[in-house]
Design a protein. Structure first.
Length: 144
């Protein structure tokens, strides 16, 4: 089995070499690189992830703390919610973003749309049913 850090490093390199596009299993998937600071370590991390663009608002995207359907939220989720802000690379540009966690019907609608577009997310929700609800975070302030 591949080391997740090695896989992420290959995705990051592919993203940067191809102007924000990634191949392999993520071909044609909308991707961002999330820059976040460890809430305990203070270290900067870069995490590649799929996103859903907000309809009618090019300055907002949604990201999903699916953690591949694992029973716990990913570390980046905890880092973002603790900090309330981060930076993302989208295409060839880097932007500061504010972070807001969606709840209730708003969260349900956004997650359902992501699962409709990328059915793997429906599988993650099924894997975590009764264990945790996969958080949806709104990242706003991408800029021009």
């Amino acid at each position: 089995m591949s080391d997740p850090d090695d896989v992420n490093q290959r995705i990051i390199a592919d993203f940067r070499a191809n102007g924000g596009r990634v191949g392999g299993p993520f071909t044609d998937a909308p991707m961002v690189l999330l820059h976040h600071t460890g809430r305990k370590s203070g270290k900067e991390f870069v995490t590649p992830m799929m996103y859903l663009p907000a309809e009618g608002d090019e300055d907002t995207v949604y990201v999903f703390a699916s953690n591949g359907g694992a029973p716990a939220n990913p570390n980046w989720y905890h880092n973002l919610t603790a900090a309330g802000s981060a930076r993302i690379e989208r295409g060839t540009r880097t932007f500061p973003v504010s972070v807001r966690e969606l709840t209730g019907g708003e969260r349900e609608a956004v997650y359902a749309e992501q699962a409709r577009r990328f059915p793997g997310f429906a599988g993650y929700a099924e894997q975590t049913r009764g264990v945790r609800t996969i958080p949806v975070l709104e990242l706003t302030g991408l800029g021009g």
